[in-house]
Write a protein that binds this ligand. Structure first.
Ligand code: ADP
Length: 437
C-alpha cells in the first residue's frame, strides 16, 4: 500500500493542449479518491499519468515516497481497471484472472491460491471454470477487477469501470466496489464523470474543470460548502438553483423574496444566489417558527412525483443567471439551458404529501439560512471566503496572543487552509453516511 502525491503536475499534449494544469493532490495510503468532472476536464489524463501511460510534462509524481515520473507502468506496482475490460474469450475466468501472474512466472500453486482468494472476495467461486461469454455483464466486470486484485498492487486505478453497465447493475456494482475497496484497504483512484457515483463512493472527491482542480474534500463538504459556482452546480441532483440577487445594506433581494443577508457576508451589490432543491418546501409542510424561513407564491409549471418526494418546477420573473461555469455544466449535462435558473425555472423538492398542482400557483417556502452566495465576477463562494477570512483572523489573533503581543497586520496573510476539515476526520465522518449495508 502507498500514498500518492501529485506536486504541481502539468500535462501538455503534443498539439499544445494543456489537459492538466498545475495539479496538486495528496492521496493518503488506503484512501478511496475519486476524480470527477465533465467530459474533457482532464481526469483520465491525470489518472493515466499516475499509471505511467502518459508522460508528465511538468511536476513530480510520488507513489509511496518514490518519485515515479520516469518509471514504466509495470515498475509502479499499480493495477488498472478500464471501462473496456476486454477479457480473453477463449480463457476461463480462472485463467483470465491468473494470466498476469502467469506471465510474471509466478508458481502455479501460488497463482491458484491468489485467484481463489480473489474469487471468494468477488463472489466468483462458482464461475471460475466458465468462459466470459457465459457470464453476465456484472460478473465480467468483477473478473476484470479480479485480474487487478490478484496482483496485490500498491494502488488500484480505475477509469470509469462501470460506465458500460446498465443503470441498475451500475448501482449494484457501485456498492461492490465500495465494499471491495474497504476490505482490501488499498489506495484507490477512481475516475468518473458521474457526480452521484463520485459522492457515494469516495472518501474524498476531487472536482476538476478544464484541467484545473477546483476542490478536494469529503462529499459532505463539497455538497454543503462548495468553493465556487462550478462545484456547486456540478455536485447534487437535481442541481442547485441559481438566481441573480442584489445586496443592499442588510437586505438580499431575490426574484421572489427579500431576505436578510446571511451572516458572515460582507459583499454589496450583485451576487449569484444558490438554493438547493431540498431547501424549498411546500409552505404547508415547512418547519414552524423557523427563524430564516420565508414564504412566497409561485406558478407551478411542471410536477414530477417520485413517490418518496415531489419535484416541482416553478417559474420566476427576472433574476436569471448567465455564467460561463453554468453554461459549461449545461453543455455537459446536455441541457440547453443553464442548470435551473437560466430559463426562469427553478426546481424544488417537496414533501410527498404535498397537494400542489401543476398549472396552479402554490405557496412555497425556503430556508434562507441555507443560501449559497457567489461572486458574479469570478464565481467564488462569498460565504466560504468570509469563513476563511474569519478563520485566518482567528488564527492570527491566537498566534499573536500566544506570543503575548497585540494583533496587527493583515489577517489574510495567514494560511486559512489549516482550519479546514482534516481529511482523516472528514473521511471517517463520511463513512457513517455511505458505507453500504
Ligand atoms: P476526461 O477524462 O476528463 O474526459 P481527458 O483527460 O481524456 O478528459 O482529456 C482532457 C483534454 O485533453 C481534452 O480536451 C482532450 O481533448 C485532450 N486530449 C486528450 N488526449 C489527447 C491527446 N492524445 N492529444 C491531444 N489532446 C488530448
Amino acid at each position: 500500500m502507498a500514498d500518492i502525491k501529485l506536486h504541481d503536475i502539468t500535462k501538455r499534449y503534443a498539439d499544445g493542449t494543456e489537459a492538466v494544469k498545475h495539479m496538486n493532490l495528496e492521496i493518503e495510503d488506503g484512501e478511496f479518491m475519486i476524480l470527477v468532472g465533465p467530459s474533457g476536464c482532464g481526469k483520465s489524463t491525470a489518472l493515466r499519468m499516475i499509471a505511467g501511460l502518459e508522460d508528465i510534462s511538468e511536476g513530480e509524481l510520488l507513489i509511496g515516497d518514490r518519485v515515479v515520473n520516469n518509471l514504466s507502468p509495470r515498475d509502479r506496482d499499480i493495477a488498472m481497471v478500464f471501462q473496456n475490460y476486454a477479457l480473453y474469450p477463449h480463457m476461463t475466468v480462472r485463467q483470465n484472472m491468473g494470466f498476469a501472474l502467469k506471465l510474471a512466472k509466478v508458481p502455479q500453486a501460488e497463482i491458484d491460491a491468489k485467484v481463489e482468494d480473489a474469487a471468494r472476495t468477488l463472489d466468483l467461486t462458482d464461475h471460475l471454470d466458465r468462459k466470459p461469454a457465459n457470464l453476465s455483464g456484472g460478473q465480467r466486470q468483477r473478473v476484470a477487477m479480479g485480474r487487478a486484485i490478484v496482483r496485490d498492487p500498491q494502488v488500484f486505478l480505475m477509469d470509469e469501470p462501470l460506465s458500460n453497465l446498465d443503470a441498475k447493475l451500475r448501482v449494484q456494482m457501485r456498492t461492490e466496489v465500495s465494499r471491495l475497496q474497504r476490505s482490501l484497504s488499498t489506495t484507490m483512484v477512481y475516475v468518473t464523470h458521474d457526480q452521484t457515483e463520485a459522492m457515494t463512493l469516495g472518501d474524498r472527491v476531487a472536482v476538476m474543470r478544464s484541467g484545473v482542480l477546483q476542490q478536494v474534500d469529503t462529499p459532505r463538504v463539497l455538497y454543503n460548502d462548495p468553493v465556487n459556482i462550478f462545484v456547486a452546480g456540478f455536485i447534487g441532483s437535481p442541481a442547485m438553483n441559481f438566481f441573480s440577487g442584489t445586496i443592499s445594506g442588510d437586505k438580499l433581494k431575490l426574484p421572489f423574496a427579500e431576505v436578510a443577508v446571511p451572516e458572515g457576508v460582507s459583499h454589496a451589490g450583485e451576487v449569484i444566489v444558490g438554493i438547493r432543491p431540498e431547501d424549498f418546501e411546500d409552505a404547508r409542510f415547512a418547519p414552524k417558527d423557523h427563524p430564516a424561513g420565508f414564504e412566497f407564491e409561485a406558478p407551478i409549471e411542471v410536477l414530477e412525483s417520485m413517490g418518496s418526494e415531489i419535484y416541482v418546477y416553478f417559474s420566476f420573473q427576472g433574476g436569471e443567471v448567465s455564467s460561463d461555469e453554468l453554461a459549461e455544466l449545461a453543455r455537459d449535462s446536455g441541457i440547453a439551458e443553464t442548470p435551473s435558473g437560466g430559463a426562469g425555472l427553478a426546481v424544488a423538492r417537496l414533501n410527498p404529501e404535498s397537494d400542489v398542482r401543476q398549472g396552479q400557483r402554490a405557496k412555497l417556502w425556503f430556508d434562507a439560512a441555507k443560501l449559497h452566495l457567489f461572486d458574479p465576477g469570478d464565481g467564488s463562494s462569498l460565504r466560504r471566503a468570509k469563513a476563511e477570512q474569519e478563520a485566518a483572523a482567528q488564527a492570527t489573533q491566537e498566534a499573536v496572543e500566544a506570543e503575548g503581543g497585540e494583533a496587527e497586520g493583515d489577517a489574510e496573510a495567514v494560511e486559512p487552509e489549516a482550519e479546514e476539515d482534516p481529511p482523516a476526520r472528514a473521511g471517517a465522518e463520511h463513512d457513517d453516511e455511505t458505507t453500504p449495508e
